[in-house]
Write a protein that binds this ligand. Sequence first.
Ligand code: PXG
Length: 449
Amino acid sequence: MNKSQLQQHDREHLLHPFTDFNDLGNQGTRVITSAEGAYITDIDGHQMLDGMSGLWCCNLGYSRREISEAIYEQLNKLPFYNSFFQCTTVPSIELADMLADVTPAGMNNVFFTGSGSEANDTNLRIIRRYWDLKEQPEKRIVISRKNGYHGSTIGGASLGGMSGMHKQFQALDYIEHIQQPYWFGEGGDMSPEEFGVHAARCLDEKIQELGPDKVAAFIAEPIQGAGGVIIPPETYWPEIKKILDQYDILLVMDEVIFGFGRTGEWFGADYYGMQPDLMTFAKAVTNGYFPLGGTMVSDRVADVIKAKGGEFTHGYTYSAHPAACMAGIATINILRDEKIIENVRDNTGPYLAKRWAELAEHPIVGEARSLGLVGALELVKDKGSRARFDDKCTAGAVCRDMSIKNGLVMRATGDTMIIAPPLIMTTEQIDELVEKAHRALDDTARAMA
Ligand code: PXG
């Protein structure tokens, strides 16, 4: 099939995730046909620097044969066996061991799933099971945050704080949402430090309002990813820690985007010095080469579930899929052997911070923020008042298209442009990324004038 035939068949038969089908019908899909290193190529032969690591998952880029070969060899040896009914496989045990090793101290158990959404549903099941076994069944409410993203299953989307998603289904009624720590958008006249404490205190207020004996857990991404790379002020997590220490409430950190090195530490929890009770992961655990997710379970929680016995009635056919686990093992080996995460912490992260900050000088950029290998640009019409161009987020959509035209995949979340490039990026590629982003901003400014 040629390009237009592919696009036509795509329109006729493929329902895409998070897609406005009118827009899709008008524009047609971009057909991506190959990828190498940090670059992807479409069917027209247009090569683009992938500033989004696929969908926040191909942290090692696209050319790691060690991972594809590990999957292939496993598929030839034992393509599938389940982990139900007292069965197990060698790759799943080995990966569980490795995960216990690379995750924060005290997290020594893993429950495998096929995705991040399934892992957050698993968290809801574990949280309920834990408090039931502790004979505190009244602890049922899970507090989450507005504009957080935790997946698209009923549980994941209920935990998420994306109001547009809630409108399309009936969200679970035992989940409550508090303010996000989004200083640029919601900080008003407060300094970032003041606002960080303010946003954290919202958790305390919510706990007081609901009653500490009713609250089971608090879930949050260390930094919001899909919500627009919202890096909380430095005061935020220490204040949250204080509040959680005060009440008997579990902390779930959703590391689906920030796990496996994005901040320059293995996990966001390491970066912020937090000790979560549960930790969701997916995406980069296999470098995006095979679907795999899971939740790391702390000793505090796992000991109760294991010691009290009784069946935990939860699981997925593909929990601990052996080929997925082999992909995870190969990925972690590369991250470790090639000191990829240390390189982000010591070299490419600081380099991106310096180069990305230069974009704040651009007339339509209200803020340029970054951390490790993740960054965001706030597009504004007026820097002083932070006023946007319009309320339809046209500037973001235009900038995304201009960026692609200039050979860079940069995403738009509203009028916030975001990047999360592969961790293997060199400083030369960071220069290329910043230059292409600059050109996209120039083109956007012209188009919006
Ligand atoms: N938690 C977080 C923090 C995520 O970012 C999920 C859970 C769900 O994972 P699965 O594997 O079920 O998709 C995610 C996924 C975007 C975008 O537009 C982000 C995600 C997925 C799709 C699109 O940024 N994150």
